[in-house]
Structures are given as structure tokens and as C-alpha cells.
Design a protein around this ligand. Structure first.
Ligand code: ATP
Length: 365
């Protein structure tokens, strides 16, 4: 098991800058996720760590060892690919044994280790089956066993669950976490699925367009996103583009860009934070579950709105409410305190100050 340090690595393919300068430290034994939309540079970064690509600039260390220009076979990483990349005409045993044979292990050692790895992924009953006769989930387990059997220092998983159906995905998520804890292995997991990232990771790096936008624990990233891209990519949120109208003694008044008659007020705002933010385009982010839907006006940060859509989802009522020219999304728990809301009803939407996040706007309005 090993820590990983990426020191200002970048990768270009001709004119395409796939990864801009990236600095990152992944701790020993950590489950670390690269999350972001398609084409944002996650796989390229993973491949640089595996050694399939060399960075255009910067360096990579495993522990204290510089591996920037070390070939993949000498890095001792185990990798699982989205399409599993198994040998279809070999048996499960032969697939898992392959890496050990290449490493010239004795046949008794190979047998012991392959059996052990297949037990760990609960496939010891299927040892002599052809891989092509297995289900998708079983093939995924073979790929995991094959990666783990060489006892790698680092496990690299590239969208390993994206070819599985929803139920199997849930099952495999738990399975991967169990294996990772069992082996205590430093793991990098690539996904564009925020639910996977939030539920599995110790920490997450959120990527967009080749640039790392934020690194943090799932809670940090959800509760305190670094900018509007992170806020909207992780979970649902309402983003209101705003322009500061006044800021003194820690009180900040923010006009809605599209409706100058409306403003949001933040009290006791941290001065240092404000001076960092004030020169940039800004948006306020507030999660649907944080908005309060009321039947009466309630002073500051409360706006009259009209219900455009009300969807009952069992545990909650999902509401789309028009406030001026903007549609906001609110999620109200089904606790029966609110009268039954219908489309066309007039309500008052309160933005509680403690749940508003003032964020740099990196996306358009
Ligand atoms: P996905 O989730 O779709 O796999 P990703 O976040 O993993 O996306 P990358 O595969 O890392 O994204 O790609 C980042 C950018 O680099 C994209 O614009 C892609 O087209 C480009 N790219 C990746 N590999 C190559 C290559 N071998 N040659 C040229 N361009 C490449």
C-alpha cells in the first residue's frame, strides 16, 4: 500500500489539453474518487498514474519513489477497466492467474493465490468456467480478483460499474468497498456518477474540462462546494446569479441579476472570504431541501411564488415554484404540516441564511 503524489502533472494530446496542472496527494489506504462529466480528464489522469500515458509535465510519486517515467508493469498497480478487458476464451482461473504467470510465480503459489482471490470475490465455485459464460456482475468480480491477486500497492478502477444494471451496481458498490477495506489498499475510483462518488469515497476530486475544481470529503463537497459547477454537478441545487448591491459591517445585499427588485441578504459574512469573492461573478446556491415553503410571508429572504409543478415522491413533495422569471426547486418532507399544494397555488419561499452559499460563478448564468 502506497501514498500517491501528483506534482503539477499535465497532459496534452496535440492541441487538446486533457489535464491542466494538477496537484494532488492521495493518502495510504484512502478510497479516492475522480468525479466529473465525460471528457473532463479523469481517465487520462488515471492512465498517467497507471503508466499507460506519461505526463507532458510534472511528476508522479508512489510513496517516496518517483514513478513518472516507470513502465506500467513495474508500478505494481492493479487496474479494472470499464469493459473488464478479460480474456473471453480462458477460464476464470486462467484469467486471474495470468498476472502471476507473467511474474513467474510457481504453480503451487499461483493456485493458492488465485483460489484465495476468487474466494474473496465469492467466485470460487466458478473457477473452471469460461469467462464468456458468466454474467456481467460475475465478470466484474473476475476483473477485480485479477487486479487484486498480484497484491498491488494501488488499485485503479475506471468506471467499473457502468456496464451493470442498477441493482447489480448497488451490490457491487458494497462489494468493492468491502474488498478495499479487507485489503486496506490505496484505491482510485473514476466515475461520472455522483451517487457512487458520495457514497463510496473517503475523498473526491471534482474535475471539469481538465481542471480539478475541488478536493474534499463527500460532506465538504456537498455542503461547501467551491463554485457553481461543483454545486450543480453534485446533487440538485438552485443557482441564483447575483450582483452585490451593498456590503458593509459584514452585511451583504445581493441583487438577483434577472430581477433587480429582488435581493438576498447575508449577515455577519466573513470579511476575508468576502474580499476573496467580491471581484468575481457570483451565484447563490441553495439546495432544494433547504428552501422553506410557507403559507405566509416571513420577512427577509422570503419571496412570493407560484407552484408550477408538485410531484409526490413518497417521502417528499418535489415542487417547482416560479419566483419572478426564475423557477426554483424545493423538496418538502411529507410530514403533513403543509396543506396539500397544487399547481397554481401561491406560496412564500424562504432562503434560510445558514443554507445559502455564495459561490464564484464559473458557468454561464
Ligand atoms: P469519460 O468519462 O468519457 O471517459 P474522461 O473524463 O475520462 O471522460 P478523458 O478520457 O480523460 O476524459 O479525456 C479528456 C480529453 O482528452 C477529452 O477531450 C478527450 O477527447 C481527450 N483525449 C483522451 N485521450 C486521448 C487520446 N489518446 N488522443 C487524443 N485525445 C484524447
Amino acid at each position: 500500500m502506497s501514498s500517491i503524489t501528483l506534482d503539477a502533472i499535465a497532459k496534452s494530446f496535440g492541441k487538446v489539453k486533457a489535464v491542466h496542472e494538477l496537484n494532488l496527494e492521495i493518502k495510504k489506504g484512502e478510497f479516492f474518487t475522480f468525479l466529473g462529466p465525460s471528457g473532463c480528464g479523469k481517465t487520462t489522469t488515471l492512465r498517467m498514474i497507471a503508466g499507460f500515458y506519461y505526463p507532458t509535465k510534472g511528476s508522479i510519486k508512489f510513496g517516496e519513489k518517483d514513478v513518472t517515467r516507470v513502465v506500467p508493469e513495474k508500478r505494481n498497480t492493479g487496474m479494472v477497466f470499464q469493459n473488464y478487458a478479460l480474456f473471453p476464451h480462458m477460464t476464470v482461473f486462467e484469467n486471474v492467474a495470468f498476472g502471476l504467470k507473467v511474474r513467474k510465480q510457481s504453480s503451487s503459489e499461483i493456485k493458492r493465490r488465485v483460489e484465495d482471490a476468487l474466494k474473496k470475490v465469492r467466485l470460487d465455485q466458478y473457477m473452471m468456467r469460461q469467462v464468456s459464460q458468466l454474467s456481467g456482475g460475475q465478470q466484474q468480480r473476475v476483473a477485480l480478483a485479477r487486479a487484486l491477486v498480484i497484491e498491488p500497492d494501488i488499485l485503479l478502477l475506471d468506471e467499473p460499474l457502468s456496464n451493470l444494471d442498477a441493482r447489480l451496481r448497488d451490490e457491487m458498490r458494497t462489494e468493492i468497498l468491502r474488498l478495499q477495506r479487507d485489503y486496506g489498499i490505496t484505491t482510485i475510483y473514476v466515475t461520472h456518477d455522483q451517487v457512487e462518488a458520495l457514497s463510496m469515497s473517503d475523498r473526491i476530486a471534482v474535475f471539469n474540462a481538465g481542471v480539478c475544481q475541488q478536493i474534499g470529503t463527500p460532506k465538504e463537497i456537498y455542503n461547501n462546494p467551491a463554485n457553481d459547477f461543483v454545486a450543480s454537478f453534485i446533487g440538485e441545487t438552485n443557482l441564483i446569479p447575483v450582483t452585490p448591491a451593498a456590503a458593509d459591517a459584514g452585511t451583504i445585499r445581493l441583487n438577483w441579476n434577472e430581477d433587480s427588485g429582488k435581493s438576498l441578504v447575508l449577515h455577519n459574512y466573513h470579511q476575508g472570504k468576502w474580499s476573496e469573492l467580491s471581484s468575481q461573478p457570483l451565484s447563490v446556491s441553495i439546495r432544494p431541501e433547504a428552501l422553506e415553503v410557507l403559507e405566509q410571508p416571513a420577512g427577509e429572504n422570503t419571496f412570493e411564488g407560484k407552484v408550477e409543478m408538485a410531484q409526490f415522491t413518497g417521502a417528499a413533495l418535489q415542487l417547482f415554484i416560479r419566483i419572478g422569471s426564475r423557477l426554483v426547486q424545493a423538496m418538502v418532507l411529507n410530514n403533513l404540516t403543509l396543506r396539500e399544494l397544487e399547481e397554481g397555488d401561491i406560496v412564500y419561499v424562504r432562503f434560510p441564511e445558514q443554507h445559502m452559499r455564495l459561490l464564484p460563478r464559473v458557468m454561464g448564468e
